[in-house]
Write a protein that binds this ligand. Structure first.
Ligand SMILES: [Zn+2]
Length: 270
């Protein structure tokens, strides 16, 4: 036991010394994070905030978590994961937990970390969807077969976040700056595209071009194949199939539960 504690303490010291892996510190026991434990809500395994977060803001956060859970259920049908959520009311807290200029991030199906800019139902549902995808598809190795645009597109659909929504997509179309979503497979391709589309000469309003485009592509597909289609693709990839054939096969399949009539693009009703 003592040896395990020493090993964990050594890990903490090593991780603290390297900023690029700082975000993995939250994978340690949550009580070691130095964050304040709050009452858990929405089926999460734990909710932690910085001590500076006011009780009013923590109350609003609890409501946002419950709303986010309903959004996850609306797209996924149920909730299979119970991550621990760390919510920061200051940028200093977010940086300490490994955040940068991003709004939020998740670690597998175990942790969600929010910046003060992401304390809302949309961002929580977005990160929770990533956790659902990771768990249901079978973890890290299977996730390597999932293109980034698909994982992000499902997260955008689940979130209903206006920052990545259909309104943004229409502006992108009007300006003729749609990215080729299907080419954004790897994390590196995705990050590179997000960076390139931040160029103010190309995108003066700083629209979330890449997220909105991935969200639109998945929403359009989901409107045709429904939840049954989503779960079908995930089951095939989980069973070892490559993503593309599983995705393509859907167009010729009559799925149980899928509505053959086209629906408006967007997340299903809550
Ligand atoms: Zn995401």
């Amino acid at each position: 036991m003592l040896r395990r504690i020493w090993v964990l303490l050594l890990c903490v010291l090593l991780l603290s010394a390297c900023s690029s892996v700082k975000k993995y510190l939250v994978m340690l026991p949550p009580d070691w994070s130095g964050m304040l434990k709050r009452p858990s809500v929405g089926g999460l395994a734990g909710v932690y905030t910085d001590a500076d977060m006011s009780d009013t803001r923590a109350h609003d956060l609890a409501l946002a978590i419950q709303k986010a859970r309903r959004r996850v259920i609306a797209v996924w049908g149920s909730v299979a994961t119970a991550p621990v959520l760390f919510a920061c009311s200051t940028e200093a807290c977010f940086h300490r937990l490994g955040g940068t200029t991003n709004t939020a991030h998740s670690l597998g199906d175990r942790r969600i970390v929010l910046s003060p800019r992401g304390l809302d139902a949309g961002m929580i549902a977005h990160e929770w969807s990533h956790a659902e995808m990771y768990r249901r598809i079978g973890g890290l190795l299977a996730m390597l077969r999932v293109p980034r645009w698909f994982d992000e597109g499902v997260a955008v659909l689940t979130s209903r976040d206006a920052r990545h929504g259909e309104g943004v997509w229409r502006k992108i179309r009007a300006r003729g700056i749609e990215p080729r979503v299907g080419e954004l497979r790897s994390r590196a391709q995705w990050s590179d595209a997000v960076h390139r589309y931040r160029d103010p000469r190309r995108n003066p309003d700083n629209l979330a071009v890449v997220y909105a485009a991935a969200g639109h592509r998945v929403a359009e597909w989901y409107a045709r194949v429904g939840r049954a289609g989503l779960l079908h693709v995930i089951a095939r990839v989980r069973a070892g199939e490559a993503f593309e054939p599983a995705w393509r096969a859907l167009s010729s399949l009559q799925l149980a539960g899928a509505d053959p009539d086209p629906k408006p693009v967007g997340a299903p009703a809550l």
